[in-house]
Design a protein around this ligand. Structure first.
Ligand SMILES: [Zn+2]
Ligand SMILES: [Zn+2]
Length: 599
């Protein structure tokens, strides 16, 4: 595996040189910036002066590259002293490279260059043996973008040419296919088309506004979570979105988190208030409200609560990186002896949710501390004990996991649930943390059976993550087609003509009385267009109503995912089936789930 990666690295890196060489042949005056491999290929930065290139030039560059590849030019390394190196670069008018060379060699070391054909580049390698080793069809020039020299706005703006590059033509094709699918399913695109959420310049960047249809999905998830939490013995609470800074001094979050928080507000004299970046301290305040006995433990409190993080403007991305979010949070306060069972119950809940939602292969990462990094609370003994505790639970439960040092929360080990997105990139959907620190900091106690005071352990968990992150993930996973129980519109009624409108209205009323989200398409569009509209808006159930249906008090039921096939069922049976789909939360957006109709 490693070897393959190294090979791909060499391939991408060599192609970056070949691209720069080709561009130099076409534009001898161009000044070169950097040109590294990246995880989808490579890029190179160029300064074209007053005469920038266009997308239409990429073809010509690619042609030149093919020529260089055919010539099987050998890559060879040469080492030069700083003086000779800088002189050579300045002679070639490569001022960016010359500046960089000076910086690199400030220690007086020699610099390595790679040469192929007439092209020479300041570079550490490694490279292919010769340009002929580039497999046919493994790369394509992708796009042009602007980029500051060395990433700083104070420097000149360069032109970056991005290229895709994979092991071979097949792999490149596959990546392009997946990228196209991901583009079509991008939650930002679907979120706009399906009217799920919006952003507004007047409200502010990174602050999503949930539209009626998107809000349905939020509310359905919350309803589900609250039912499951109720069954699992959680109690629901509500707490404010702002708090005094004192709370975060106590928790120790301020030194770790300040950059990620909105700046403080001065309200009462001497008091700084913050929009909260996390909910934990509020829940700790509730636990600490009065003395607790061991009989009350485990004490589990949950809240779908708003939190705020100050993400940099440039890093905001749709719902995935936002400045305000609503979290499926809960905290479990328990004795040391109860940790394993509580952790197990939380794992079970995660499993239940993710299997139900068909997340497929998710990966569990056990995130541990790293004593040398200085990023974690300095209590080595406690760390090792807690980590061993979590590791044992995972092993006992037969959960497959990988360990990673340095990824823990600063107050304890955690497990991260990693799910792959469409492009195969792993995202952390949610985490569960074991905390042995905060009880002490917040002076949280309980009286044990001998009448002595002890500190509880705290579990932090958020299986359904934040609405923003989780729903963006669901949108892309399902391509916008939600199961009936979550769907913004559950049934679309399509009358074949005006003569059945009355029956349609009757059905609409019946469904609404039974709390189903139903819409009648009484537009003047053609029948075919009405059906197409229902399908593109991803309504799972389309009920077609014609004269026969009106006469027999039936509906012709077409499924969004079931193509043109339809079943005629009595209105009563239709309603019964919908009730089952909702109460059992059937995942009927998957083909293998049949309508719950009696045969
Ligand atoms: Zn190189
Ligand atoms: Zn927490």
């Amino acid at each position: 595996m490693k070897q393959q990666k190294d090979h791909l690295y060499k391939l991408r890196h060599s192609l970056a040189h070949i691209m720069a060489q080709a561009v130099l042949q076409i534009r001898p005056d161009v000044k070169l910036g950097f040109g590294p491999p990246i995880d989808t290929g490579f890029y190179y930065d160029f300064d074209f002066g007053d005469n920038p290139i266009q997308d239409s030039d990429l073809k010509q560059i690619e042609k030149r590259m093919q020529k260089i590849i055919k010539q099987k030019q050998e890559f060879s390394c040469s080492v030069k002293s700083l003086e000779t190196a800088v002189e050579g670069l300045l002679d070639a008018n490569q001022t960016y490279k010359a500046d960089y060379a000076k910086e690199l060699a400030s220690s007086g070391e020699e610099l390595s260059f790679y040469v192929n054909g007439s092209f020479i580049d300041l570079c550490e390698g490694p490279h292919l043996e010769n340009t002929g080793e580039v497999p046919k069809g493994c790369f394509s020039l992708d796009k042009i973008a602007g980029s500051y020299w060395r990433g700083s706005e104070k420097n000149p703006m360069l032109t970056r040419i991005y290229a895709l590059c994979f092991e071979d033509a097949e792999a490149l094709k596959e990546f392009k296919k997946m990228r196209e699918l991901a583009r079509q399913r991008d939650h930002r695109k679907l979120g706009t088309e399906l009217e799920l959420f919006m952003f507004s310049d007047e409200v502010g960047v990174g602050l999503p506004l949930w539209l009626p249809k998107g809000n349905v999905i939020r509310e359905e998830l919350e309803k589900w979570a609250k039912e499951e939490e109720f069954k699992a013995g959680y109690k629901s609470v509500s707490t404010p979105s702002i708090t005094k800074g004192k709370l975060y001094e106590l928790s120790g979050h301020l030194p770790y988190y300040k950059d990620g928080m909105f700046p403080p507000m001065q309200i009462d004299e001497g008091d700084e208030y913050y929009l909260r970046p996390m909910i934990c301290p509020h829940h700790h305040a509730i636990y600490g409200n009065r003395p607790r006995s061991y009989r009350e433990l485990p004490y589990r409190i949950s809240e779908y609560g708003d939190t705020f993080r100050f993400e940099k403007h440039g890093s905001l991305a749709g719902l995935l990186r936002v400045r305000s979010m609503c979290m499926n949070d809960a905290h479990i306060y328990c004795t040391r002896e109860q940790v394993a069972e509580e952790f197990r119950a939380v794992l079970k809940m995660y499993n239940y949710y993710y299997n139900k939602l068909r997340f497929g292969d998710f990966r569990v990462r056990l995130s541990l501390h790293d004593a040398d990094s200085g990023k974690f609370v300095d209590q080595e003994e406690e760390w090792l004990q807690s980590e061993a505790m979590v590791r044992k639970i995972l092993v006992d439960e037969g959960v497959e996991f990988e360990e990673e040092a340095g990824e823990a929360a600063f107050y304890g080990p955690k497990i991260d649930i990693q799910v792959k997105n469409l492009l195969g990139r792993e995202e952390t959907v949610s985490t569960c943390q074991l905390d042995f620190i905060m009880a002490e900091r917040f002076n949280l106690k309980y009286t044990n059976s001998e009448g002595n005071e002890e500190q509880p352990y705290i579990l932090h968990r958020a299986p359904l993550s934040t609405h923003e992150r989780f729903i963006s993930f669901l949108i892309e996973k399902y391509g916008g087609a939600f199961p009936t129980w979550m769907s913004p519109v559950q049934v679309q009624l399509v009358p074949v003509g005006d003569h059945v409108l009355k029956y349609c209205e009757e059905i609409e009323e019946l469904l609404r009385e039974n709390l189903f989200r139903v819409e009648v398409d009484n537009s003047s569009d053609s029948f075919g267009k009405k059906v197409r509209k229902a399908i593109t808006s991803k309504v799972p159930n389309i009920w077609i109503i014609g004269g026969d249906e009106q006469e027999n008090r039936t509906v012709a039921w077409r499924r969004y995912c079931g193509g043109k096939e339809q079943q005629v069922v009595s209105l009563d049976d239709g309603l019964k089936a919908l009730n089952i789909m909702r109460s059992e939360r059937l995942m009927d957006n998957f083909d293998d789930v049949a309508l719950p109709l009696e045969k």
